[in-house]
Design a protein around this ligand. Sequence first.
Ligand code: MG
Ligand code: MG
Length: 278
Amino acid sequence: MIVRKSPSELETMAVTGRLIAEVHELLRDALQPGMSTRDLDRIAEEEIRARGATPSFKGYRGFPGSLCTSVNEQIVHGIPSDDVVLAAGDLIKIDAGSIVDGYHSDSAVTWIVGGDDTVAPAVADLVQRTREALWAGLLEARAGNRVTDISAAVEAVAQPHGYGVVREYVGHGVGRALHEDPQVPNYGRPGRGPKLVPGLVLAVEPMFNLGTADTAVLDDDWTVVTADGQVSAHWEHTVAITEDGPWVLTARSDEPAYPLTDLDRVPGRAAVDAREVG
Ligand code: MG
Ligand code: MG
């Protein structure tokens, strides 16, 4: 069942969205080599609770963390651990959500520990292009489109580069439940699936792999990894469909939020342009 949110519900979702954006900014600024993924989890949980909200993921189907922290070949759903210590050149995917007045937010980032220069250009490009695919998808989150207009826009960014587009895990509706209908795949022909209508709130979340799209799940029954062990990138925002265009509820302060009209404003684009020209 697809749930449309009222204007006042959207205002609440903007509050929980802004909260998780600021948690991501805090984690981004704190991130450095030598930290464990459990350190990140602790910072996030303290901040979320200090603001009177609740971590969306903690206890979700028994998940032990407030964040999902997935490193390198791990795609999503990694469990924060004192034993996973980050080093320069690691890709850390941080997925976070918060509940405010019963409404969830859901947003993920991929940071390169130590910066772009610590990885091969192909890895930095994967991270940036996955981020671009997110924004390409968000731009299609407008009334009158259908769900797979988002999917096709996301997939189109991956295709020229031969990235594996993860198929087993997809975007979704967000609201009183963390995962609502409809599903939002990162692949497919445009013009299909449910119509996008004002009040619909979606999590758009491309997962691109440097190698094969195939995935596996580790023995902890949570951590999803690439089948071939190559690295993966994941970016996610929660977006509301409005009469006036996409409203990115989880946009950080260096990202456009509303109304979303210009892909050129997405940070990081210049770096890939420079590599593509050079
Ligand atoms: Mg998420
Ligand atoms: Mg999600």
